[in-house]
Design a protein around this ligand. Structure first.
Ligand SMILES: NC(=O)c1ccc[n+]([C@@H]2O[C@H](COP(=O)([O-])OP(=O)(O)OC[C@H]3O[C@@H](n4cnc5c(N)ncnc54)[C@H](OP(=O)(O)O)[C@@H]3O)[C@@H](O)[C@H]2O)c1
Length: 274
């Protein structure tokens, strides 16, 4: 299975890293290209047998599965340059949420799927959110599933839930990191602990917490119950959170849905004007 990656920015290079480090494939079976070629060449310094090409067209000539790892606004122009270049047996994979699988199918005359990665896939864990197009064969589905399973837990997601699922899985690491930073800042400004020590304690706590969930030792609820001793300190802290956090996440998801509608509108205008 030859894998091509068009766009080796944050996510494209993360996918190459995850594929190689998880041994899903070897660098000699991966070909990449990037608008600014130097970025792709940097990746090839890391993985010697990786092939770097100068154009997306060349990737299509050398890959069975092609990951399209560009931003939504760059997507339509890229697909225009690839018109007439696809082979019906190829599998094209978009990693961007505002472009629906139906839209992809209208412009790419081969099998298509969407796979939304997450920064946590870098540690060969976390979910990837998968939506298959109508023409993807069972064989191709199994092959893709097997590849993704090497570095993540693939989960099939309906089109209507793609944004909220991405919010949790892909934006979640940034949301939680922000909350943890606020916890550190609060500890530093209210007590005599240093920022360095509070940060170390926090990151080590989160790493341990991740292992607890990975090993299914406790659920979220069980963990809270275990730590909350009756009449103890954790309960006092949780009561403050319950009172203060209010409807912050309802507001957050309302705003991300609004932004998604705006992004979809921009994408639809481009696709409809095709
Ligand atoms: N960041 C996340 O955590 C995350 C998670 C899930 C999904 N996504 C989705 O992933 C997509 C990419 O995000 P990103 O953060 O990886 O963006 P990025 O770092 O800007 O990477 C995009 C890359 O595509 C290259 N590119 C653009 N047009 C091209 C073309 N025609 N041919 C070849 N290369 C081209 C760009 O090249 P240059 O070097 O010339 O700019 C850039 O390196 C977005 O749609 C985003 O929604 C992101």
């Amino acid at each position: 299975m030859r894998i091509g990656v068009i766009g080796t920015g944050n996510m494209g290079s993360l996918i190459v890293d995850a594929l190689v480090r998880s041994k899903a494939t070897r660098p000699r079976f991966i070909s990449v290209t990037n608008r600014t070629k130097q970025k792709a060449l940097e990746l090839a310094k890391k993985y010697r047998l990786l092939s770097v090409y100068s154009s997306p067209n060349e990737i299509l000539q050398h890959a069975d599965i092609v990951f399209l790892c560009v931003k939504p606004a760059e997507f339509h122009p890229l697909l225009q340059t690839l018109r007439g270049r696809w082979h019906p047996k190829q599998l094209a994979i978009s990693i961007t949420s505002p472009i629906s699988v139906t839209q992809l199918e209208s412009l790419i005359p081969c099998q298509v799927a969407r796979v939304i990665p997450s920064i946590v896939n870098q540690s060969l864990s976390g979910s990837t959110l998968v939506t298959f197009g109508s023409s993807v064969t069972d064989v191709q589905k199994s092959k893709l599933w097997a590849i993704l399973s090497q570095f993540s837990h693939p989960i099939e997601i309906d089109e209507e839930n793609v944004r909220v699922a991405s919010d949790i899985s892909s934006c979640g690491p940034a949301f939680l990191s922000y909350l943890l930073q606020r916890m550190i800042d609060g500890a530093v400004s209210s007590t005599s602990i240093s920022k360095k020590q509070a940060t170390q304690l926090t990151t080590e706590m989160v790493a341990g917490l991740g292992k607890i969930f990975e090993e299914h030792i406790y659920t979220l609820e069980e963990l809270q119950k275990k730590v909350t001793v009756k009449g103890g300190v954790t309960g006092v802290g949780l009561a403050v959170l319950e009172q203060e956090i209010s409807d912050v996440f309802e507001k957050l998801f309302t705003e991300t849905q609004k932004k998604f509608i705006e992004d979809r509108h921009v994408v639809n205008t481009e696709f409809n004007g095709d």
